[in-house]
Design a protein. Sequence first.
Length: 94
Amino acid sequence: MLASVIPEQSTLSLVDLRGNHLSKQAVSILAEAMKRSSRIEHVFVDTEGRIEALAIPNDSNNPNPTSPGRRISRPEAVCVIDCRDNFPPTKQQQ
């Protein structure tokens, strides 16, 4: 399964899994795998199945992040796993 091979320092930025008949449980497993990376600050999963992993960029110009005058970085999306268009329609959508 993809979740077991997402490496700690993955350079993946977009994985398109639309239309692969993934269950909501599979999407949850992928999101949990993203959370295990030490560089990831937060993982969002929207109701349609899009997973977005956020991280704070590494500030190579300031090796001491606690020093006075340091810049505060905003989290940015480092990986998106698009799992939309996988769930069966609900009774209301039919």
